[in-house]
Design a protein. Structure first.
Length: 217
């Protein structure tokens, strides 16, 4: 008499559905993990335990703290500085030539007088000062970019694949939860009709006994 599974057919169907859902979610979890691994490899390449460093990735070089040490200009910063220096030198030379020609036309001769020589000296001093400022500005900008690249790389390294890995764990957890829920629902016990009927009879008998006791009194 006791109890039995609520519906064996439902139990079997639910078990099958739970397993199918579990298989899909587990597959998704594996795909997310693969994506996380590929992303990490693309960004940071491979790890060398001997040197404790990564290489071969798009951001692996920026993980090295030495990348922030800016000793001299390089890359686009060097090219930009060289272009500015060449333009500055040409402008200074043209300005000096124009000044000397103007002074010569005013009868000061081919040999610069004291005023003319001083103007020439000042022009080249201004060129040197401007060139030095340009170099310092370019070096500071290059250093700032190196620091930014290092910070971004370390942040990306810490976060790389976290979202995909989290999705993988969530999928696995959902699979387990769904599995448990469906099996539990399908296995809900129901009381036997015989047990229900006997309970009703027992209740009635108990009521009758109480009534008889009351009569005796």
């Amino acid at each position: 008499m006791g109890s039995s599974a609520q519906d064996p057919a439902t139990q079997a169907a639910s078990s099958k559905a739970a397993q199918a859902n579990n298989d899909v979610l587990t597959q998704n979890a594996a795909q997310n993990q693969t994506y996380a691994n590929n992303t990490r490899s693309s960004l940071f390449g491979t790890y060398d335990p001997v040197t404790n460093s990564y290489s071969g990735g798009s951001e692996s070089t920026f993980l090295n703290p030495d990348s922030m040490t800016t000793k001299d200009l390089s890359g686009t910063f060097l090219n930009q500085y060289n272009n500015e220096t060449n333009a500055l030198a040409k402008n200074t030379k043209d300005a000096v030539g124009t000044t000397m020609q103007n002074l010569a036309s005013r009868g000061m001769g081919a040999t610069p007088a004291g005023f003319a020589a001083d103007q020439e000296r000042k022009a080249y001093e201004d060129q040197a000062t401007t060139q030095g400022n340009d170099y310092a500005a370019a070096l500071a900008a290059q250093h700032a970019e190196a620091v930014t690249n290092f910070n971004n790389a370390t942040t990306n390294f810490a976060n790389s694949g976290t979202g995909a890995q989290s999705s993988a764990l969530t999928a696995q957890g959902t699979a387990a939860g769904t599995d448990t829920s469906l099996y539990s629902t399908a296995s809900t016990q129901k009381a036997s009709p015989w047990a229900t009927a006997l309970g009703a009879v027992a209740g009635a008998a108990g009521g009758a006994g109480s009534l008889m006791t009351g009569i005796k009194k």
